[in-house]
Design a protein around this ligand. Structure first.
Ligand SMILES: C[S@@+](CC[C@H](N)C(=O)[O-])C[C@H]1O[C@@H](n2cnc3c(N)ncnc32)[C@H](O)[C@@H]1O
Length: 337
């Protein structure tokens, strides 16, 4: 044996090995969520009881439950399993902050991520999350189940008390409009999105006490935006488009907005070197898989889109620990520059 083969490296390989099989952690969560295991475990049960409820054999169920314990998604005591606080809050169906639809979306994205080598080699998308009406429906409910959380935070940090009418550009399920309208009794909002999506938004709106102040409008934000609004929100929109389309979109928002007016960007923004936070940096690869020109942008790039469109008084707020950053900017009334 030579001296070099005998040498023990002074760097521990364990973090690297853990990273190499990190997908196992995600898959355990995906499968447990898709089997809806957590909805049964606000009250403790044995693996045999869960297996019976699901009509499955006990052995794989016990393995999956133990994996969830190791992932801090379940607690185990005396052979009985129970939700941890995070699973109880976010993975039990019909609870207000249920995120299981989002976990299911990530589970289906896993199939696209298997084709990452192809996307990297060809610089072409390999998946189409919004390809048809069924996919739009699945995606919109999934987006709702994560945005219901960020919408609450957004409405706490952005003050719309002085504004009359919000245009929710690519508003999806309408969750942000609903949350803002429920907070501000004088605010009206329009959820602007593709035809099949606004049908779903109308369903969510009908369950809100602010429904009479909320409306939907079908259209293409790359084409024309409705007028008559003094606030505009772009939540999770920039990352789906390329730089030039974002510049043009912000200009379109500026032109459509009444003055004085406010625009709010809420998105997965990265630091200036694009080295973090981890989620937005990895999310750029998701956009490579799913869109022609999408990407994640730095805070300065978002500011530059806004400045280029004519907005001023740009202010950046970051959510911590949630992944969304917020940038607000204003359209001044003529004569107030
Ligand atoms: C990532 S989702 C964000 C939904 C919502 N704003 C949220 O934060 O939960 C992007 C939304 O933009 C919509 N969208 C994408 N391209 C569009 C276009 N050209 N015109 C209108 N809406 C579009 C999609 O249908 C989808 O609902």
């Amino acid at each position: 044996m030579t001296e070099s083969t005998m040498r023990i490296p002074d760097i521990n390989p364990l973090p690297l090995w853990n990273l190499a099989h990190a997908y196992c952690e995600a898959r355990a969560l995906h499968v447990a969520n898709d089997l809806d295991i957590f909805s049964h475990l606000d009250e403790e049960k044995t693996s045999g009881q869960i297996a019976k409820l699901l009509g499955l054999e006990e052995r794989p169920v016990r393995m999956l439950l133990d994996a969830c314990v190791a992932l801090n998604l379940l607690e185990k005591s005396g052979g009985r399993y129970k939700n941890t606080p995070v699973s109880s809050e976010f993975l039990v169906k019909h609870k207000p902050f249920y995120s299981g639809n989002f976990v299911s979306l990530e589970a289906s994205s896993y199939l696209s991520w298997a084709r990452l080598p192809e996307a990297v080699r060809r610089n072409r998308p390999v998946a189409r999350t919004m390809k048809d009406e069924a996919k739009m429906k699945f995606f919109t409910h999934a987006m709702h189940s994560t945005s219901v959380f960020s919408a609450t935070m957004l409405s706490q940090v952005v003050d719309l008390s002085g504004y009359k009418k919000l245009l929710d550009v690519g508003g999806g399920s309408g969750v942000n409009s609903i949350t803002f309208a429920e907070k501000y009794p004088n605010l009206q909002a329009t959820v602007f999105d593709q035809g099949p999506v606004v049908k779903i938004a109308a369903e969510y709106i009908s369950g809100s006490p602010a429904a009479s102040r909320l409306s939907t409008r079908a259209g293409n934000y790359l084409d024309i935006l409705p007028r008559g609004h003094d606030a505009a929100l772009l939540s999770n929109i920039l990352h789906g488009e390329g730089t030039e389309d974002n510049r043009a979109l912000l200009k379109r928002v500026y032109n459509a907005l009444d003055a004085p007016g406010i625009v709010i960007i809420a998105d997965v923004l990265t630091n200036e070197e694009r080295t973090g936070p981890l989620f937005p940096v990895l999310f750029a690869l998701n956009m490579l898989l799913d869109t022609e020109n999408g990407d994640t942008y730095t805070v300065s790039e978002a500011q530059e889109f806004l400045e280029g469109a004519g907005f001023c008084e740009i202010n950046t707020i970051s959510f911590d620990p949630a992944p969304l950053s917020i940038v607000t900017a204003h359209k001044k009334a003529r004569g107030t520059y």
